[in-house]
Design a protein around this ligand. Structure first.
Ligand code: HEC
Length: 109
């Protein structure tokens, strides 16, 4: 295969990975939008609150899905239902991109 074909294929492949929703998350913008989240989930996505889960390195699509479910009420949690109500689709995409982009090292026991 010629090098140029390989590049074209790679481009097509990466295109498929782009979010379908049209709300491409911006991690930099997301970092500015997590002021309220930090108290519980930490700026680095490592929870400061024993009740709250770590979000660092979490799967981006899962974060978006969870926030959407808290907003709609499909997933019930007193705190998160209130928090998510304030977030637009773009906010959710951005904060998800930010937390998902945090690198985590895993050292199994
Ligand atoms: C007062 C503490 C608090 C604040 C502030 C808060 N959260 Fe949470 N968050 C929680 C708790 C507690 C849970 C676990 C809820 C449950 O059991 O469903 C949670 C769950 C989540 C989850 C689901 C994680 C998973 O593994 O399923 C996401 C995503 C999330 N929060 C994002 C955010 C974002 C984004 C913000 C800011 C806009 C935020 N949270 C603000 C306490 C908080």
């Amino acid at each position: 295969m010629k090098e140029i074909d390989a590049l074209a294929l790679l481009g097509a492949f990466l295109g498929c990975l782009a979010p379908v929703s049209g709300h491409a998350g911006d991690a930099k913008a997301g970092r500015q939008k997590i002021t309220t989240c930090q108290a519980c989930h930490g700026l680095d996505g490592l929870s400061k609150n024993p009740e709250a889960p770590n979000l660092a390195g979490q799967i981006e699509g899962y974060l978006i899905k969870s926030l959407g479910e808290y907003k709609s009420g499909a997933r019930q949690n007193e705190t998160m239902n209130i928090v998510a109500k304030e977030l637009s689709d773009q906010d959710m995409a951005d904060v998800a991109a930010y937390y998902a982009s945090i690198q985590v090292d895993v050292l199994p026991p």
